[in-house]
Design a protein. Structure first.
Lengths: 113, 111
């Protein structure tokens, strides 16, 4: 099992450019999550998908869109990147059932200039 | 807004000492509590979960939960330099499966 994988690992964008961050898990997990982590701010939830076909906003959704492509994949799109979106982005997934545990991917470090 | 507060740190302890990391939470209905370890430049790694009042031990790690005081802690016995990392407290409550994270405490274990 590869667990949770994310691509790319690093990305530099110019203001106004768009990009999609990819996340996939091979653990048959139902729920998937996108977080951003900024110095001094901790992990903040951007969007989540409780199950295939559903997505919901988290704490900081503005400027982002998501797609739950299938059970394995959950992508995060920045339509028009802004310097405020410079951050480290983590994808996580949760096992089926009543467990609340989440398992994280390796992260994508994004810089917007 | 659910809040999770951690002692701001950084926390520095000598090798072999006990490191104590603390966390308080605001939502009284919270049911599940987690500690994640995050090495610099890496992703958070789940190291402990606790659901009931009292202590839960796993090797050198002990998680302690007091729901009446809305307090959860992590003790690391015989601290090693390899324990140097940021420790994140996470709390879930109610019927959804989201986690609220604290901002983390940076622990440094000095040889």
């Amino acid at each position: 099992n590869a667990g949770v994988t994310q691509t790319p690992k690093f990305q530099v964008l110019k203001t106004g450019q768009s990009m999609t961050l990819q996340c996939a898990q091979d653990m048959n997990h139902n729920s998937m999550y996108w977080y951003r982590q900024d110095p001094g701010m901790g992990l903040r939830l951007i969007y989540y998908s409780a199950s295939e076909g559903t997505t919901d906003k988290g704490e900081v959704p503005n400027g982002y869109n998501v797609s739950r492509l299938n059970k394995r994949e959950f992508s995060l799109r920045l339509e028009s990147a802004a310097p405020s979106q410079t951050s480290v982005y983590f994808c996580a997934s949760r096992p089926p059932g009543t467990s609340y545990e989440q398992y994280f991917g390796p992260g994508t470090r994004l810089t917007v200039t | 807004q659910k809040e999770v507060e951690q002692n701001s740190g950084p926390l520095s302890v000598p090798e072999g000492a006990i490191a104590s990391l603390n966390c308080t939470y605001s939502d009284r209905v919270s049911q599940s509590f987690f500690w994640y370890r995050q090495y610099s430049g890496k992703s958070p790694e789940l190291i402990m979960s606790i659901y009931s009042n009292g202590d839960k031990e796993d090797g050198r790690f002990t998680a302690q939960l007091n729901k009446a005081s809305q307090y959860v802690s992590l003790l690391i016995r015989d601290s090693q330099p390899s324990d140097s990392a940021t420790y994140l407290c996470a709390v879930n409550g109610g019927s959804n499966y989201k986690l609220t994270f604290g901002k983390g405490t940076l622990l440094t274990v000095n040889p």
